[in-house]
Write a protein that binds this ligand. Structure first.
Ligand SMILES: [Zn+2]
Length: 248
């Protein structure tokens, strides 16, 4: 179990690019004594989980959102990669998946992963699953595009992923190249907010672009994921007066 947690935390730190692996032996969970209510007390490195004022996820108060006109400009490309079970989620790590232009800056994609039920909510509405597409700019800034999933038709683009969910502490190569661009909903309208990693160390400075149009997955695909992870969503955190921006 311990090794598993190490991987998840290691990836979080690697994404932050600060090279600090001091917390790699800290164990955390989604329930119980090492659950979300206690993350901030598990170690100094996790303090932001408890004291941070810009924590994620949130329930997006859409009535307070302010409009801007910075469309997401996808520049993704087909890439090889691995499907990784890090003990906290299933992550698809792409070798060279291209980038997205967000608020005028280019953000190369690093990986995407799933939470059940969905972490963000929209005016109280909660979906059964979401994906977080984690991007990192050249200067180390992290931006996440969030996509909700509702139960419906089988998701053909993600078929290979949901058919190859590795067991804990293991990974498998993607059977064929994957293009994030083929996964996105037709409309890229979003809600944007300033947040944090939703897993320890809960580091802030992460910008979220939560797409308002959900995708579909079949009940069988959802079941396959939930067989690996029954619940891997952090509870919502206070908005604390944060500005929410939306774009159509
Ligand atoms: Zn996430």
């Amino acid at each position: 179990m311990k090794t598993t947690k190490t991987l998840g935390i290691g990836i979080a730190f690697a994404l932050l690019g600060n090279g600090v692996f001091a917390s790699e032996h800290l164990h955390w969970e989604y329930a119980g004594k090492d659950g979300p209510a206690h993350w901030g007390a598990l170690g100094e490195e996790f303090a932001a989980c408890q004291t941070g004022r810009l924590q994620a996820p949130i329930d997006i108060p859409v009535q307070l959102a302010i409009r801007n006109d910075f469309p997401i400009r996808p520049g993704y490309q087909s890439s090889s990669g691995d499907i990784v079970n890090n003990g906290h989620t299933i992550q698809v790590v792409l070798a060279d998946g291209g980038s997205a232009n967000l608020s005028g800056q280019d953000y190369p994609i690093a990986q995407f992963h799933f939470h059940t039920p969905a972490e963000e909510r929209v005016s109280g509405k909660r979906y059964p699953l979401n994906a977080h597409l984690v991007h990192k700019s050249a200067d180390g800034t992290i931006a996440v595009i969030g996509i909700f999933f509702k139960v419906g038709a089988e998701n053909a683009v993600l078929k290979n992923v949901f058919l190859n969910l590795p067991a804990e502490e293991s990974s498998v190569p993607l059977p064929e190249k994957f293009d994030i661009g083929s996964m996105l909903p037709h409309a890229l309208s979003y809600y944007k907010y300033a947040g944090s990693l939703t897993t320890p160390p809960c580091s802030e400075g992460v910008t979220f672009y939560i797409l308002s149009t959900p995708l579909e997955i079949s009940q069988a695909q959802l079941n396959a994921f939930q067989k690996r992870f029954h619940l891997n969503a952090r509870p919502i955190k206070p908005v604390n007066g944060r500005m929410i921006v939306y774009s159509r």
